[in-house]
Design a protein. Sequence first.
Length: 429
Amino acid sequence: MMKTGTSEPHILPRSAHPISRKDIDPDALKVLYRLHRSGFKAYLVGGAVRDLLLGKKPKDFDVATDARPGQIKKLFANCFLIGRRFRLAHIRFKGGKIIEVATFRREPHELDEPEADKNNTFGTPMEDAFRRDITINALFYDIGNFSIIDYVGGLEDIRQRRVCIVGDPSVRYTEDPVRMWRVIRYASRQNFSIEEETARAIEIHRELLATSSGSRLFEELNKDILSGFSTPFFRMMASYHMLGVILGGIGKKVEQTHGMMTALLRLLETLDAASRKGDGVSQNIAYSILFWPWVQGILREKGSLAGDRMKLLADEFMAASMPIILPKVLRTNVIHTLYILDRMMNGMRTGRMKWMLTKRAHYPDAAVLFSLLEYGHINQGQDPFLHAFRMKYPDHAGERKEKVQRKRRRRYRKSSKHQVEASGREAAR
Ligand code: CTP
């Protein structure tokens, strides 16, 4: 059912919902109370209300109010106004904590306003609810009477455990295709279903996502890849054929190759476990995991013919024409890391390995990846690859060879030092 902007809100009194003030960040409460005591409306909004209703710990606490940015600034000495298009107030607290306070706003309408007004289109609480993307993200908690205000049917959707777009999904996706991504993010993270029309419109409009800015798509992927929920997210993205949309030829190949998709999901489970444990998985490692099943496929298919495997990977990345834009340095790091990982895997199979590999700049990341792939976790304290290799091939000749070379070099240095000392003594005489 489509959610439109004409209804009276459904108000849930304190006695009928579980949100308690002790679950709200004390600094967010201070902000809410000061706004309220100064005569303004003060609502906790967005993800915090959703998470509290679901019994989860919110990541951050955002506030919405009818106070204008200038009025908010006057109330808080620790307030900084940010943003050029829409001015937001950041109230700063100890330890770098920020409570974001936004004035209620509405979607700017193309026809009825002069250009200048489009930047700060303030609105009513109802308009603010209807400009939001998903019903479960559009609930308000009113500090005035501790009730929940629901203009869009979000409470029912939480009860039904489903994600539903606010308004007409086709219109909302056309306005901003990233909303399709966000629907999949929240459905997969909460293990919610997607409301029928919200889902059907994704199937119709999914290609629009490729028209969004490549760097914005990258920002969105960053939020999901290290969220600890990347497995259900990628599984759902693939079921809507969205990997092919955001990752071009790479996504299509992964979606169409059963083995690659299964391998990717297995790897992502390992990544999620490490992210949730707080193992400090880097961005490079996360993206290397994402591309590894595809890279393995390329190397298996074309690697034996390629003189330079690193160049082969760089060329294949270019040929995939991904709408998402990975920063150049990240793409290069991923290619180098996966190149080394491939050499490690070959070494483990054949028992032959060039020890110079361990001196490469991307070796530490490749070793962490190796550990995740082989053991399912990051092996702290020792080099997981060398350890595994030595266990399997204790008599590997390469190691001995390197030791001999190192000794020879040392002997040479010693003798040349003696020579210098000797010639110095000669000169002194
Ligand atoms: N929002 C929106 N449309 C967007 C982005 C954000 O309507 N494209 C609104 C939603 O109400 C959302 C809130 O702004 O709840 C905050 O957005 P964001 O921080 O991206 O997400 P959260 O809901 O806070 O969820 P989380 O941070 O837990 O991912």
